[in-house]
Design a protein around this ligand. Structure first.
Ligand code: NAP
Length: 336
């Protein structure tokens, strides 16, 4: 692998005897199961890049895997304990070294992306295939912003594309202040929709600043969404009763149950069949075209990473605790 020592982010050749700090979880459970430990630094194979991570994020997805919530997480990530011991779905950093066959990146390049289901970004270094979901970081974005964009934005983009949201459509977004919801409001506006965001009183102004045309406070009984009015309803947080998701939808409209678990998905599909409304649910996987699209909008200043709080890697247990609270406004960044 290629690299040099004259830049703080670059690695000397053959560093397999070097260590790094990483947030390790060896069992599922409360935030305290995550502990900072010294572990061997990963060594890139011929097609890999080694990234010195500058920022990552603790997402609701990381917290769910840590808690094994739902139980089925264990079938994917390891039973009875996690197979992959480092969480972290998104990253932003600098290429520290490259494998012998790597052609698209060079040491010193600033990059950001997503590890997808491999996880592993809650660490000082990450080894990553050069053809993975990693692209140059827009110069306008800080590492924290770049690390906090993909989780919410790719999920929102996936579902809004699936629902074929376009100009003039009326879109209602429940959970509009979360990581996914805050991205969904911005992306639905970019796609030309008329957007109504639903959140609690404390977040009304925040959702307005994201570009929502209208905001509704779900704590106020006189602010219920208009019935039979919306082309698309996107429930991003799995907190809204199914009947409240269906009633604002026009006949033939689309309901996105973006955070529903299996039981909710099945109930939604049945109700959708009965009411003549289409239900979209499932896993939103990230890919390169989506990351490029997100990056382009961010570069143009049309899509912003909303960062609620920033923690140091050493404080990651605290970051998990905050995410578990379920009240974050946008994303939680971790500076590495
Ligand atoms: N399908 C997929 O592939 C996929 C991908 C990514 C994420 N997800 C799932 O999507 C969900 C949302 O993720 P996220 O990161 O956006 O969550 P998040 O940021 O943790 O959501 C926090 C937001 O939820 C709102 N909220 C809390 N309680 C509420 C309630 N009772 N009613 C309405 N809103 C409430 C809060 O706003 P207020 O304080 O204003 O209520 C807060 O801003 C998670 O369950 C995640 O697992 C699924």
């Amino acid at each position: 692998m290629n690299g040099s020592n004259d830049h703080p982010d670059l690695c000397p050749i053959n560093k397999n005897d070097f260590g790094m700090k990483a947030a390790i979880f060896e069992r599922y459970g409360a935030p305290e199961v995550v502990q900072i430990k010294d572990v061997p630094q990963p060594v890139p194979g011929p097609n890999d890049i080694l990234i010195r991570i500058h920022a990552t994020s603790v997402s609701s997805g990381d917290a769910r895997i840590r808690r094994a919530d739902p139980f089925a997480v264990r079938f994917v990530f390891g039973f009875p304990k996690p197979r992959r011991k480092i969480l972290g779905y998104t990253f932003s950093g600098v290429v520290a070294a490259i494998g012998a066959s790597v052609s698209q990146f060079k040491p010193g390049d600033e990059v950001f992306g997503s590890t997808d289901m491999r996880m592993g970004a809650h660490a000082e270094y990450l080894c990553f295939p050069e053809n993975g979901v990693v692209i140059p970081k827009p110069a306008q974005l800080s590492h924290e912003e770049a690390a906090c964009l993909p989780f919410g934005a790719h999920t929102a983009l996936h579902y809004l594309q699936l629902a074929k949201v376009g100009p003039g459509q009326k879109v209602l977004i429940f959970g509009a202040s979360g990581a996914v919801g805050s991205a969904a409001v911005q992306i639905a506006k970019i796609l030309g929709a008329h957007v109504t965001g639903v959140c609690s009183t404390a977040n009304l102004e925040f959702v307005r600043t994201l570009g929502a045309d209208a905001v509704l406070d779900y704590t106020k009984s006189d602010q219920r969404p208009q019935a039979d009015h919306f082309d698309v309803v996107y429930e991003t947080v799995n907190k809204t009763p199914l009947s409240n998701c269906f009633s604002p939808l026009k006949k033939g409209g689309k309901l996105i149950l973006g955070a529903a678990l299996l039981k909710g998905m099945i109930a939604g599909q049945f109700k959708g069949l009965l009411e003549g409304k289409k239900v979209l649910a499932g896993v939103a996987l990230i890919d390169l075209p989506k990351l490029h699209q997100i990056s382009k909008w961010a570069t143009e200043g049309r899509l912003k990473a909303m960062i609620d709080k920033t923690y140091a890697l050493e404080e990651i247990t605290e970051a998990h605790r905050y995410v578990d609270g379920g009240r974050k406004r946008g994303a939680v960044a971790v500076r590495v």
